[in-house]
Design a protein around this ligand. Structure first.
Ligand code: PLP
Length: 224
């Protein structure tokens, strides 16, 4: 029997304020699970693998807004840029350049988030706070007219320690405020704070998240 996707989605939406967007993270789940969420009104889905995303994009309704949340190799950018709404996992100037180049070719403007690395795990991707400041003060991004930097994304450490998680979200919020003020004060598009996953989104909501990325709590455990 299908995991109760519709019930889960309804229950979670009931706990999220109206001004926060839910990105349903559907990686590794079959198209019929996504369709169940779609029938319930969900239109924003996040995936982390280019090929899997491509197949789902082809198979599913065209009014779905796709977000890319995984590690993205520069040679894969050209495949997703023609239809992707937002790439949340930008962690280098090289990747940003390639998105700009491919978006120009496609005649599109692609929204991106810069991925911030705060968590303790060494394995997680993302820019350290200093690398983020460096990328922004270098200023090359200002000449890119086909990418729109809309905010920051981050993942908290994988831990049961709720205080640590809260502290990491709070750090992310401070860094957001800092770079907003320094680089994006006049740019209303820079407004997204994408933090919060199945296990920690309620904490994230208390720390100024504007976008939560929830997979397991909607679709059940992933089978890899
Ligand atoms: C997989 C993933 C999620 C969703 O995680 P869940 O614990 O299943 O909610 C959110 N963000 C990123 C970047 C992910 O890779």
């Amino acid at each position: 029997m299908m995991f109760p996707v519709k019930d889960n989605l309804r229950r979670i939406l009931g706990t999220i304020p109206e001004n926060v967007r839910l990105v349903a993270i559907s990686k590794y789940h079959p198209a019929e699970y996504l369709m169940a969420a779609y029938e319930e009104g969900q239109r924003v889905f996040g995936e982390s693998h280019e090929q899997e995303l491509r197949l789902k994009h082809e198979a599913l309704p065209k009014d779905i807004e796709w977000h890319f949340i995984g590690h993205l190799q520069t040679n894969k950018v050209k495949y997703i840029v023609p239809y992707i709404t937002m790439i949340q996992s930008v962690d280098s100037i090289k990747l940003l350049r390639e998105i700009e180049k491919q978006a120009e070719k496609s005649g599109r403007v692609v929204k991106v988030l810069l991925e911030l690395h705060i968590a303790e795990e060494a394995t997680k991707y993302g820019l350290t706070p200093d690398a983020l400041r460096q990328l922004l003060s270098d200023g090359e991004w200002r000449r890119m007219s086909h990418v729109r930097i809309c905010g920051l994304m981050m993942m908290a450490s994988f831990t049961d320690n709720e205080q640590q998680i809260a502290a990491e979200f709070e750090t992310a919020r401070h860094i957001f405020d800092e770079v907003k003020q320094q680089f994006f004060a006049d740019d209303d598009a820079f407004c997204e704070r994408s933090w919060g996953m199945s296990d920690d989104y309620k904490v994230a909501l208390q720390h100024s998240s504007t976008m939560v990325r929830i997979g397991t709590a909607i679709f059940g455990p992933r089978i890899y």
